[in-house]
Design a protein around this ligand. Structure first.
Ligand SMILES: C[S@@+](CC[C@H](N)C(=O)[O-])C[C@H]1O[C@@H](n2cnc3c(N)ncnc32)[C@H](O)[C@@H]1O
Length: 264
């Protein structure tokens, strides 16, 4: 069977030469704004100033999933949870690395050392795990007893959570770590850096959306990190996120650790 593909700007025709049967699929990837609005309502992430980037990413996503228009995508993600998750995974940015903005981690270490009880720490978002694992390494390096803390990491991106649980990293992820720390806490395997169980056991990861009502039910925390997520939100959404995170503090006077770029 010979398949003939004929592309025009918005139209793709597939003809089966033997039977003269023609399937015409009309592609319509023009107005991405309903997708942008839906995505912002669901995740908080705005593409207001990056419509061209969003359009290109969503067009690629639609073609991969054999979805012929943004309208069809919008209808499908409302009922199809798996597809919605795949869209979220393809549109969120998970770039992170060990010991990022380390001064704040040092500050946290000081606070944990002064606490007399076991502390619960939240990283929302955790992305691929480097931030919560950095916290564990720094606490152990400072001599904090391993029974005195637990870290919870949450993220909306399922690929990121999967990578976080695996905890296998590339050189660029560990670039801020000293050779000594790498030797103690990682095993090298074919150019990869495999984090040891002694660190992994102190972190629990959950696939969660900060704006989902279920998020608040994961508990209250002594210390909360929320770094480099608010940069993807508009002002109103940043304040909403801040309010949610503040409501999850055990101590209302404890400041939340935001990233330096997360300006309000
Ligand atoms: C750049 S990473 C930040 C990781 C780490 N905190 C750091 O500072 O290196 C931003 C993360 O925010 C996550 N994210 C975006 N919107 C979210 C939401 N509504 N709920 C949970 N995570 C979200 C993304 O999936 C992404 O992994």
């Amino acid at each position: 069977m010979v398949l003939q593909l004929m592309f025009s700007f918005f139209k793709k025709s597939v003809s089966e030469s033997s039977s003269e049967q023609k399937i015409v699929v009309t592609e319509d990837y023009t107005d991405v704004s309903p997708i942008a609005q839906y995505f912002k309502n669901e995740t908080g992430v705005t593409f207001d100033k990056q419509t061209t980037i969003l359009k290109s990413k969503v067009t690629t996503f639609c073609r991969q999933m054999a979805i012929s228009s943004f309208k069809e995508l919008l209808n499908s993600i409302k009922d199809d949870k798996k597809l919605k998750q795949q869209l979220v995974d393809s549109l969120t940015t998970n770039e992170t690395f060990f010991y990022r903005e380390f001064k704040q981690i040092e500050e946290l270490v000081g606070l944990v050392k002064n606490a007399n009880t076991k502390v619960d720490i939240l990283c929302a978002p955790s992305a691929t795990g480097e931030e919560p694992y950095s916290i564990v390494i720094a606490l152990l390096e400072a001599g904090v007893s391993q029974n005195n803390f637990h870290v919870t990491g949450i993220d909306i991106n399922s690929d990121a959570i999967e990578k976080a649980n695996k905890a296998i990293y590339r050189e660029r992820n560990v670039r801020n770590l000293s050779p000594r720390i790498i030797d103690i806490y990682f095993t090298k395997d074919n150019g990869s850096y495999v984090l040891k169980e002694m660190i992994k056991q102190h972190v629990t990861f959950k696939l969660m959306n900060l704006f989902d009502p279920s998020f608040k039910s994961i508990g209250k925390f002594d210390f909360i990190f929320s770094r480099n997520m608010l940069i993807y939100f508009d002002q109103e959404t940043k304040l909403k996120a801040k309010e949610i995170l503040e409501s999850m503090r055990k101590n209302q006077n404890q400041e939340i650790f935001f990233g330096h770029a997360d300006l309000f």
